[in-house]
Design a protein around this ligand. Structure first.
Ligand code: HEC
Length: 128
């Protein structure tokens, strides 16, 4: 039987369901640099292909929507990158505008391709 190389975080044990949905947060997890961010930013972005984008393209509202949860999950993934590489956010971004590619470093483009490679591995590679 083929086995996957992907391992998902344990879902929250909600017991009798009185404690609500933590959304994977406030656990100081090492996967997100001990921040209170959602501890599984991998499933939406590296297994699924949810858009990693929270910044609006214009100064005034023009229909762009990103929820707080999307934002926190994006930051969780970014914290993982930074911790994993031992670098600051500015290794890839210009902190004046995290979204803008023209002001980002070449390393961000490498990371962009890396994200797609990991997605492909997680979805298509099968051990025999
Ligand atoms: C190794 C490179 C790298 C590092 C380090 C990094 N990022 Fe990113 N970041 C990216 C890439 C690549 C994307 C775009 C991903 C995509 O579109 O698939 C991105 C996207 C983002 C976005 C979404 C931008 C948008 O379009 O709205 C934000 C916000 C962000 N990063 C913040 C941070 C923060 C904060 C840190 C530090 C904690 C950080 N990043 C560290 C590579 C990096």
């Amino acid at each position: 039987m083929p086995s996957q190389i992907w391992f998902q975080a344990e879902p929250q044990n909600k017991r009798a369901d009185f404690i609500g949905n933590l959304n994977g947060q406030n656990l100081a997890s090492p996967s997100v640099g001990l921040a209170s961010l959602p501890y599984d930013p991998f499933t939406p972005y590296l297994l699924q292909a949810k858009m990693i984008g929270v910044g609006a393209g214009t100064a005034l509202p023009t229909g762009h929507k990103a929820s707080l949860q999307d934002t926190e999950q994006t930051y969780g993934l970014m914290m993982h990158f930074s911790k994993g590489l031992g670098v600051n956010c500015t290794y890839c971004h210009n902190s004046r505008n995290f979204k803008e590619w023209n002001e980002s470093t070449p390393q961000r483009a490498t990371a962009w391709h890396g994200i797609r490679m990991v997605r492909q591995l997680n979805n298509e590679y099968r051990c025999r």
